[in-house]
Design a protein around this ligand. Sequence first.
Ligand code: XIL
Length: 461
Amino acid sequence: MKNRTGTAGTPRIRPRTVVLAVAAGAALLASTALIAPAANAAASTLRAAAAQSGRYFGAAANSFQLSNTSFTTILNREFNSIVAENEMKWDATEPQQNTFNFTGGDRLVAHARANGMSVRGHTLVWHAQQPGWAQNLSGSALRNAMVNHINRVAGHFRGQIHSWDVVNEAFADGGSGGRRDSNLQRTGNDWIEVAFRTARAADPNARLCYNDYNTDGINAKSTGIYNMVRDFKSRGVPIDCVGFQSHLGTTLASDYQANLQRFADLGVDVQITELDVAEGANQASIYERVTRACLAVARCTGITTWGVWDAASWRSDNPLLFDRNGNKKAAYNSVLNALNSVSGPTPPPTTTAPPPVTSTPPPGGGACSASVSLNSWNGGFVATVRVTAGNAAIRGWTVRIALPGGTAVTGTWNAQASGSSGTVNFSNVSYNGQISAGGNTEFGFQGTGSGPSGTPTCTAS
Ligand code: XIL
C-alpha cells in the first residue's frame, strides 16, 4: 500500500528567471515553403500534448503564487487546468459560520479564465481543514452547516468549475473497505449522497467527483469506494467522476490502470487529481506509467499534479515535474513523451446538459403516478421522487406534495417547484417532461424540517 509521504507546511517559492527557449531556426524553416510541418508533430508542452486526445493537464496552485512571474510563466505555458491547493477548502471559504471568503479562489478562477484553463474545485466537504466552528458541530447542526456550505460555495462558483471534488477522503485506510470515522460520518451514512445532491442543485453543470488517496490499485479501500459509486449510479445519486489523488511513493501498483478502468466501466469519468511521486530512480517511470494508464482509459479525462515545482510542494521529497529552479526534470520529459506517443481515445463529451429534444412530442393525455423515497435526519431531509407514466406516453407532469408545517424546501433538481412550503407543485423541466408509456423519470428536493409523509398526486399533460 502506498503511504502519503509528505509534510505540510508553508510552501517556499524561490523566484528565478526562467529563460524561454528560442527556436533559432524557426524563422528560416517557416520561410521555406517546401518544408511543411510534420502531420503529427510532437507537442512541446504538457497542455498541448494532453489536448491532442481531448484531455487536460493541470496543477494545484495558490493565489499568492500568481504574483511570481517565474511561476506563472511555467503555469501558463504547461498547464490548462488549475485547482486551488488550499483556497477553496472549508476553513478558507467559511472561516466563521455563514461568513464567506472567496478572495483566493476568485483570483485563481480569474487567472484560469484569462489563460484558457479550466478549474477543478477542491473541495466542498472533507474531515480535514474544517474551520474550528465546524469541527465543534455534530448531528443536524453539522449536517445543515454542510448543506449550507455546499450551497453557498458551489453557488458562488456556479458555471465556472469543470469538476468539483464534492467529498474528499471519506473512506478508511486499511482492510475494512468502510467509511472513515469523522464528525461528518457521525451525522449519518447518507451524508455523502446528501452532499452530492446538494452540489448538483447548486451547480448543475459541474462534474461532481468523489476524491481519495491510497486508491492506486484494486484494494479494500478502492473497492469500498467502487461499491459506493455503483450504488449511487443504481439509485440515481448524482455522481459523475472519481478522483484518484495518486500521492505515490517509489512503486506503482501493477493494476493501477485496471482499477481506473473498473470505475470508468461504472459510467463515471476518472481523473488523476493530485499526482506527485517520490524522488528517486523510479520517479520518471512511475510518472510515465500513470500517464499511459490515463491515456489508455477512454473516460480518464485529465491529470493534475499537486503543484508545479518542487520548491512549493507539500512534500519534502521533490515529487513534481519541475525542480526548485523551475527546470524540467526527467519526469517532465517522460510525461510529455507519453502524452505525445499515445494519442489515446478521445474522451466522451463532459457536459451534463441533456441533449436538446428534437423529436415530435408524443400525444399527451396519459396518466402518471409518483412515489417518494426519503432520506431524513433530525432537522433535514432529501426526497427523491419517481414519476411513472401510465399506459400512454405523457409529455409533461406536475407532482403535488404536501409538506408538514415548519418544513422548507431549500433546493430542487430536475424539476421546477412552485414554492418552498405548504403544498408545493413540482413540474417537469424542459428535458424530462416526456415519458414513454410505463417509463419513469426522477427528480428530487432537499429541505429543512421533516420531509413529506403523505402520498403525492401526479397530473399528466
Ligand atoms: C494539502 C496541501 O497541499 C497543503 O498545503 C496543506 O497544508 C494540507 O493539504 N489530499 C488532499 C489535499 O486532498 O487537499 C491535500 O493538500 C493533500 C492531500
